[in-house]
Design a protein around this ligand. Sequence first.
Ligand code: HEC
Length: 129
Amino acid sequence: MKHTFLFALALVLLNANAAPSRKLPRGEVQFRAYCIGCHSIGCNRGGPRLQDVFNRKAGTVPGFRFYTESLRNSGIVWSDESLDAFLRDPGKLVPGTGMAAIGRIDSARDRQDIIAFLRRQDKSIDLCF
Ligand code: HEC
């Protein structure tokens, strides 16, 4: 009896954590989990907007006031490869970057999915305020 109750409770908890019924693309799930607190595609927030990030020089989004000297002087141009290295270990690619303290994305698959999400430039989940 006790076990039945615990089992039912576990099912309820699992269900509360379940993904919404619309199946989100993996990169969107990762972006929501790791990036959306600071970044949107279309607007600057705690992090610079990620619109047209590919082929853009790092640290050059107009109106974003919180860039570090380190990122602005890094000479990086954003590509699949440089984004992958940045997300793997921001502080290693750009010592002193403001993103260094932020959780690194250890899984190569997750990094790829996030980069694919950035390629889609989907503004529908932007949090702009
Ligand atoms: C806690 C806030 C925060 C989180 C979370 C965060 N970032 Fe950032 N991001 C920043 C800040 C601040 C900068 C500027 C860093 C600097 O100038 O050194 C930045 C810079 C960047 C840049 C360089 C942009 C440019 O204009 O050169 C990219 C790309 C980026 N972040 C992607 C991501 C992705 C993808 C994630 C999620 C995996 C993420 N960030 C998570 C705050 C954040």
